[in-house]
Design a protein around this ligand. Structure first.
Ligand code: SF4
Length: 326
């Protein structure tokens, strides 16, 4: 059974009002298991389940004669989407109360910043009230034009955390996995804890951040030696950083080295066998960080390229974030 709050009555009304004969269901990987249940809840409509991977609201699938229902992500406010797409947010029902109580027994954090992945946004208030009832000052940032909700973070945007970083002594990330919390710790320099409501456990990510930095340093050293760079540009609506790619190309060429632009919808390391020494990724930052070991050549972020080419110092290293797209 779907563990998310979804208002199917309103959704059915929305589909009927849009007047499309066919509906496309686009789901992130974690929701694909519920695809048939969702189709059953939309009985009476002609629903097609997209089997393509879907990683975020940056990554939409639309066809002129279909209404796309994009589940599980909130729209990115500063992207101009086509009109035939409806974002269906899927908020989790799980409570953080017990795991936060457990955290508070072992830790003191005088003032805490709260951040969450989109499915746990409603629980920010629950956690805030709990922390404040124990005398802990709590801060939630509004973020920039890439996030819809206060406290929301994406794997490519930590603006809500940065905004309140000076006021807090630690961050609590409400969600699962380490990636987002590592991004928060690197963007703010503040100790960050993953508060996982499913395992009811919490942990900090500092050690993983140190390991990650060593890996990135190794990649930059390899990139310093390169003569030919392949700059990856995404054709996805929410990942397309063409101006940045062009600026990087100019920068590389100004040092007497060669640069080539590579464009793709889906970036699959196993298919990137080009005659270049290093890839520079302007698409989703997770490709650089999560898939690093799968690439046949080192892959680096835009700021890592600047460091490798000596336009910036290592001290300027930061996690790659997307603020705007072209
Ligand atoms: S670019 Fe990557 S991290 Fe950012 S929203 Fe898209 S999938 Fe998530």
């Amino acid at each position: 059974m779907l563990p998310y709050d979804i208002d199917f009555q309103s959704l059915r009304e929305k589909i009927s009002s849009e007047g499309f004969e066919r509906v496309l269901l686009q789901l992130p990987e974690g929701l694909k298991i519920y695809a048939t249940e969702i189709v059953d809840a939309l009985k009476g409509y002609n629903v097609y389940i997209s089997t393509k991977p879907c990683y975020g609201a940056c990554d939409i699938e639309v066809y002129p004669d279909m209404l796309t229902l994009h589940f599980g992500h909130s729209e990115i406010p500063n992207i101009k989407y086509p009109p035939n797409i409806v974002f269906v947010e899927a908020f989790s029902k799980v409570s953080f109360k017990n795991v936060v109580e457990k955290f508070l027994k072992d830790h003191s954090c005088d003032s805490a910043g709260l951040v969450a992945s989109v499915q746990h946004i409603p629980q920010i208030n629950e956690v805030r009230e709990l922390l404040e009832s124990r005398g802990i000052e709590t801060y939630v940032g509004n973020g920039d034009g890439r996030v819809k909700y206060p406290g929301q973070i994406l794997g490519c945007n930590f603006s809500t955390a940065r905004e309140v970083a000076k006021k807090v002594s630690c961050f609590l990330f409400l969600g699962t996995g380490d990636f987002h919390a590592m991004g928060v710790e690197m963007a703010t320099g503040k100790k960050t804890y993953v508060i996982d409501p499913f395992t009811q456990e919490y942990h900090e990510v500092s050690e993983k951040v140190s390991r990650f930095m060593r890996q990135r340093f190794g990649a930059i050293v390899k990139a310093e030696e390169a003569d030919k760079y392949g700059i990856i540009v995404s054709s996805k609506i929410g990942q397309r950083r063409i101006k940045l790619a062009m600026a990087l190309k100019e920068m590389i060429e100004s040092t007497g080295k060669k640069a080539y632009l590579l464009v793709s919808d889906v970036i699959i390391p196993e298919e990137l066998y080009y005659d270049v020494d290093v890839y520079v990724n302007t698409a989703c930052p997770r490709v650089t960080y999560d898939d690093y070991l799968r690439f046949p050549r080192p892959i680096i972020s835009p700021v890592e390229l600047e460091i490798a080419l000596k336009f910036k110092l290592w001290e300027n290293f930061k996690f790659d974030e997307i603020v705007e797209v072209d």
